[in-house]
Design a protein around this ligand. Structure first.
Ligand code: HEC
Ligand code: HEC
Length: 232
């Protein structure tokens, strides 16, 4: 093969969804399915939750995640990767297991969520490591135009689960949202409303049904600005 052909072949390979071919994400039942039971733990999730987590081992295992979620766990404000530093371990475990099992669609991360890359125990170790990292306050914010409206919506519809200061609830698998990037919050809120986030809590989806895009924008901006004390 001459050099040009070889480069062309490489480029074609790189552009083709190689991972999707070998590890196509499964599609498990989600909120769009009649009778879907939210958060009924599967075997993998139970294994991870029962594991005596070791944050030191988690730090080492986290190396496969760094390329996207960054060394300090802060993701990217202007792009697609969520902030993970300081998130509850239970939330991290649930979300990865949902991706692994096909209850949350994330074809980009799916190839890194399988047990050919990380075991259930390593996921628990990583979750403990990330939970202990400080959440950088440099997360992405919105334009700040409609914060009063966002605050009203948040306190009325969201704070009961995500907490007054955005602290979430580890025991109930409710994510911490304080310190999360605005663009990510906005996307996930909209996706949950439109049933694109298939593992979303059905009670939350019900609340979001009446939200316009402007409501989503306002509440997301408020959420991205929530501040909680670092002591959890
Ligand atoms: C190829 C890039 C990529 C890699 C590598 C990757 N992720 Fe992700 N991850 C993403 C994307 C993109 C999302 C957000 C998807 C969405 O918007 O639904 C995400 C979402 C998550 C979430 C959900 C966060 C939340 O608040 O719900 C967790 C937890 C997570 N990743 C952990 C990990 C861990 C742990 C690893 C390593 C084992 C990892 N990721 C590797 C791209 C990646
Ligand atoms: C009944 C409890 C509940 C209520 C009320 C609720 N949420 Fe949620 N929310 C959850 C749970 C649980 C998740 C995690 C998704 C999952 O796995 O079910 C979540 C996830 C999210 C996420 C994604 C967080 C992440 O880290 O990926 C956003 C953003 C969000 N909710 C916004 C909102 C907004 C905005 C409101 C109010 C309009 C709201 N939620 C009301 C329970 C709730």
């Amino acid at each position: 093969m001459n050099r040009t052909l070889f480069t062309l072949a490489l480029a074609t390979l790189a552009a083709s969804p190689v991972n999707a071919e070998f590890h196509q994400q499964p599609r498990a039942a989600g909120i769009e399915t009649y009778g879907y039971t939210w958060n009924s733990p599967d075997q993998d999730m139970n294994r991870a939750l029962a594991h005596q987590a070791d944050a030191k081992k988690g730090e080492a295992a986290y190396k496969v995640c760094k390329g996207c979620h960054k060394t300090d766990g802060s993701g990217l404000a202007d792009a697609d990767y969520p902030q993970l530093a300081g998130q509850h371990a239970s939330v991290i475990i649930k979300q990865i297991m949902d991706i692994r099992a096909g209850r949350r669609d994330n074809p980009r991360m799916y190839p890194f969520s399988g047990d050919w890359i990380v075991s259930a125990e390593e996921i628990a170790d990583i979750a403990a490591y990330l939970n202990a990292l400080p959440t950088p306050a440099t997360n992405g914010k919105g334009n700040g135009y409609n914060l009063a409206h966002g605050k009203t919506l948040y306190e009325k519809d969201c704070a009961s689960c995500h907490g007054k200061t955005g602290e979430g609830d580890a025991r109930k698998f409710f994510p911490r949202v304080a310190g999360q990037h605005f663009i990510y919050i906005k996307r996930e809120t909209r996706e949950s409303r439109d049933q694109g986030r298939r593992n979303a809590n059905p009670e939350m989806v019900k609340v979001l049904k009446g939200y316009t895009d402007a409501d989503v924008e306002a509440v997301s901006d408020h959420m991205a600005r929530l501040k909680m004390s670092e002591k959890r």
